[in-house]
Design a protein around this ligand. Structure first.
Ligand SMILES: Cc1cc2nc3c(=O)[nH]c(=O)nc-3n(C[C@H](O)[C@H](O)[C@H](O)COP(=O)(O)OP(=O)(O)OC[C@H]3O[C@@H](n4cnc5c(N)ncnc54)[C@H](O)[C@@H]3O)c2cc1C
Length: 369
């Protein structure tokens, strides 16, 4: 029977994965396990994508003594994904391996939700929340071990390799270098970016990717040592300019201190998306201080108003609004695939499952070839 994926013609050529987030890395690991050579291309300086940890910039140092450097080193914020939950058995197995390897741990944060009409509601619904240790990016770094990841290597465009009778790909990096041939390309960049990469080659995939919109999110990283929101470590804010706030030091294996990561709501982020980071930081701080006053934490508001560190980060694509019902998508010949949380579900778990699904789809194609 002529299978849809029987046309992978250069199975000895490696697979190129675009994006070293959790989806791309999970995909690469699965392929490597099965004996398929893989190279991952990542435009950022390191792996892990939106499962991210940011350290304070050195320029904020007061002096350059070793103790100051250490203090800076520990000023880390999980400014992207905050924690992950586990639902699917396939992800559960990976989660168990992360726990055993010591790169993940349970977060027993005291979480509440706040609503302008209903006030506080404790979130002790039994949800088990886990985080990477010592930061969320540890998950990506762990998945990236033994995988060939080329960082600061943004893929600008793709083309079919000019090899007669063979379906293979080449990719072009930002600096104009063409690399290939690749047996297949798995694109795990956020959907809006993936749409641009595949547009010239597969209209159906491009339309699909373009339809999978993700909400933007401004993230504020604030260090203000002192009592803020005593007794609470994470807050969902409903119907507010802010959507979430977390006390970094309440997560396992973090340094103590007054570091908070605060996420603006999707609506606020959309309206203020093009602000300069400094201006966004100022506005978000104002919203945080105002809100602390609203909930009666006047001492917290006073402390928060004088932070020793204040940086905002713009996530143009944070969480997919309506992910695809399928875990990955591919071209008719099976050599161009889309994966990532826009396909697997809008969270850490979904990203990993999507990457695995893309790998399995390719392996099925190899098995039939
Ligand atoms: C603010 C925020 C809060 C979140 N909160 C949670 C949460 O609490 N719990 C949860 O489970 N999830 C949360 N998420 C979602 C979670 O982070 C994502 O679902 C998951 O990390 C997505 O992984 P991914 O591999 O699909 O995509 P990404 O992590 O985005 O990886 C894609 C990678 O592709 C790279 N890339 C893009 N274009 C190119 C190119 N042209 N060439 C090379 N590389 C490229 C990017 O740099 C990136 O590293 C949050 C996300 C954000 C931003």
């Amino acid at each position: 029977m002529q299978g849809r994926y029987e046309r992978i013609a250069v199975p000895d050529a490696p697979v190129a994965v675009v994006g070293a987030g959790l989806a791309g890395l999970a995909c690469a690991r699965r392929l490597i396990e099965a004996g398929v050579p893989v190279v991952v291309f990542e435009k950022a300086r390191g792996p892990s994508g939106r499962c991210a940890t940011r350290r304070a910039a050195r320029s904020t140092a007061v002096d350059a003594t070793p103790s100051a450097a250490t203090a800076l080193e520990t000023r880390a914020f999980d400014h992207g994904a905050q924690y992950y939950t586990v639902r699917d058995p396939a992800f559960e197995a990976i989660h168990r391996e992360w726990l055993e390897a010591g790169v993940a741990a349970r977060w027993n944060g005291r979480i509440a939700a706040w609503d302008p009409r209903g006030g506080w509601q404790e979130k002790d619904e039994g949800t088990e929340r886990h985080v990477g240790v010592p930061g969320m990016s540890a998950l990506g770094r762990h998945l990236a071990r033994d995988v060939e990841v080329r960082v600061e290597a943004a893929v600008k465009s793709l083309r079919r390799a000019p090899i007669a009778q063979v379906r293979a790909w080449e990719l072009c990096l930002q600096d104009g270098t063409w690399l290939g041939p690749w047996a297949a390309i798995v694109c795990t960049a956020p959907a809006a970016q993936a749409a641009g990469l595949v547009a010239a080659h597969d209209e159906r995939l491009a339309r699909l990717a373009a339809s999978l919109e993700a909400a933007p999110c401004w993230a504020l990283m604030l260090d203000a040592p002192g009592p803020i929101l005593a007794g609470r470590d994470g807050v969902f804010l409903n119907d507010h300019a802010l959507g979430w706030a977390a006390r970094e030091s309440s997560k396992p294996a973090r340094q103590p201190g007054g570091r908070w990561t605060i996420h603006a709501s999707a609506a606020w982020s959309r309206v203020h998306l093009e602000l300069e980071a400094e201006e966004a930081a100022g506005k978000l701080l104002e919203a945080w201080v105002d809100w602390l006053r609203t909930v009666g934490d006047f001492e917290g508001a006073r402390v928060a108003a004088r932070p020793s560190h204040l940086v905002a980060h713009r996530w143009r694509h944070s969480i997919p609004l309506a992910p695809s019902s399928k875990r990955c998508a591919s071209s008719d010949d099976g050599t161009l695939l889309l994966a990532g949380d826009a396909h697997g579900g809008p969270r850490v778990e979904g990203a990993v499952l999507s990457g695995l699904a893309a790998a399995e789809r390719l392996l099925a194609a190899y098995a039939r070839a």
